[in-house]
Every structure is written in C-alpha cells, then in structure tokens.
Design a protein around this ligand. Structure first.
Ligand SMILES: C[S@@+](CC[C@H](N)C(=O)[O-])C[C@H]1O[C@@H](n2cnc3c(N)ncnc32)[C@H](O)[C@@H]1O
Length: 247
C-alpha cells in the first residue's frame, strides 16, 4: 500500500474537518447532480474520518453505505460519528478491496487518487467493482493558484514532497476528462489548512534533507501569520475536477 503522506493524527483529522467544510458545497452539488438518487449500495473510498461518507448519506441516501479507509484511526473516528445501521466502515486498502466489496451503484472518491501511485490503474480497478448501471464519481484537485509568496512556497514544497513519494497534488489535471469547478478560498482558511498539513509532514527526511530548518520554520511562521489574519493575502483559486465514469 502506498503511504498516506498527510498522516492520521488528531491534527490531520482536524485538517480534514476544515477541508470538509471548505469543499462541502461543491461536493454536495456534485453528488446531488451526478449520482443516481437512492442507490442500493454506495462506497466512499478513502473516506477519512467520514465527512464525505456523511455527505453521501445526506445527498443520495443509499440503502447500504460502506466507507473504506486504510487508516484504522480514521475508520474509528468515522464509525464514532456515523452510527446507523445502514452504514459500515471498513479498514482496507482501496487498491486491494475484499472481493465482496462489489456491485456498487455508486463509488465516490474525493482527494484520494493523488495519493496513489497510478491513478489510471486505480480507476480501472474501481470501475470493475461497479454494478451494471453503477457510477464512479471522482473529485480531485485540478489546480491551486495563489499570488502570495508564502502560500506559493508552501504549495511548491508540498508538490516536491508528494513527488518524492510518487504522488501528485494536482492529479485532476492529469485525468483530462469531466468538468472543472472553481472556488475561491479565503487566504486565512487556506493558510490554516496548509499550516496543519505542513506540521504533519515537515519533518519527513525528503523535506529536511533538502531544506534548511530555518527556512522551514520561516514558512511555518508565515503560514501562521496569514492564518491568524496578521498578514494579508488574496484568496486562493482552487479548481476541482469532477469525473463521472461508468462500469
Ligand atoms: C485527503 S484525505 C480525503 C478524505 C475524504 N475523502 C475527504 O475528502 O474528506 C485522503 C484519505 O485517503 C486515505 N487513503 C490514502 N491511501 C489510501 C489507500 N490506499 N486505501 C484507502 N484509503 C487511503 C487516507 O487515510 C485519507 O483518509
């Protein structure tokens, strides 16, 4: 299984809560307009602490819903928040799903493909788990653009760290199909998500090996200042690619 470079600590879970709040509207709209309503069986791949699983439950209302994540901590957090007899959580590799996880009317994956080595192989695999009329809905980062030097430096470093692990931040741009939805994220919100994420991976050897500690500290301070509103920065332009595929 490829390593999930953003970690599954409490801090990582809190970042995913902020991410969920930031992207809830576009994901809700995507699910409402592109998933068939009331499917018999739906799967949320890379469900994390369950925010996307909750959105699926609220928007499409499947009879059976399965959230899958490779992190035991996230699966436990999701199970704690989503307690109902229609929803099951499973700790498993999305690239090595148990055979019985099949015949799904909806498979949804948000911000998972970028963490997998070969997104196209993953898509092929997931399509094979759809029912005859099933749909695979994918939502991935297409681009993140900013004019601010600190936010831009963070994004470059993140791209570099992910590339060192065979992963891609803007994997949506590689997919080349589907629709792109754009949103503006206020700089303090983006900086807060970035600062939380930076804290989880800034000590990795592939980062510390090629960047001086004082530069990393300066970046953390810069992000914190924007997050606190002490330094001004323009809103960040975030584009998400939304794909709908069939079996
Ligand atoms: C960026 S988070 C997205 C979480 C959720 N989909 C959301 O949008 O709120 C990516 C999630 O994928 C999970 N993950 C990474 N690689 C995985 C794999 N090979 N199989 C299953 N889950 C994986 C991570 O543990 C993490 O919870």
């Amino acid at each position: 299984m490829s390593e999930y470079t953003f970690g599954d600590s409490d801090l990582a879970a809190r970042r995913l809560a902020l991410l969920a709040a930031t992207f809830a509207r576009s994901t809700r709209q995507f699910l409402l307009t592109r998933a068939r309503p009331a499917p018999e069986f739906a799967i949320d791949l890379g469900c994390g602490p369950g925010y996307t699983t909750e959105l699926i439950r609220a928007t499409v209302g499947p009879t059976r819903l399965l959230g899958v994540d490779s992190s035991p901590a996230f699966v436990a957090a999701a199970a704690k928040r989503i307690a109902d007899d229609r929803t099951r959580l499973l700790c498993a590799d999305a690239l090595d799903l148990p055979l019985e996880v099949t015949d799904a009317d909806l498979i949804f994956a948000r911000m998972l493909l970028g963490h997998l080595g070969d997104p196209f192989a993953a898509i092929d695999l997931w399509r094979g788990r759809l029912s005859e009329r099933g749909r695979l809905l994918i939502e991935e980062v297409d681009s993140i653009e900013t004019e601010d030097a600190t936010l831009s430096a963070y994004l470059d470093l993140q791209r570099e760290m992910l590339a060192a692990n065979g992963q891609t931040l803007e994997v949506g741009a590689r997919l080349g199909e589907g629709q792109v939805t754009a949103l503006l994220v206020p700089a303090p919100v983006a900086a807060r998500m970035f600062a939380m994420n930076f804290e989880t991976w800034r000590r990795r050897p592939e980062v510390t090996g090629s960047h001086a500690l004082e530069d990393l500290n300066a970046l953390a301070t810069g992000l914190e200042r924007i997050a606190q509103g002490e330094a001004e920065a323009p809103a960040i332009s975030w584009r998400l690619r939304q794909l709908v595929l069939s079996a």
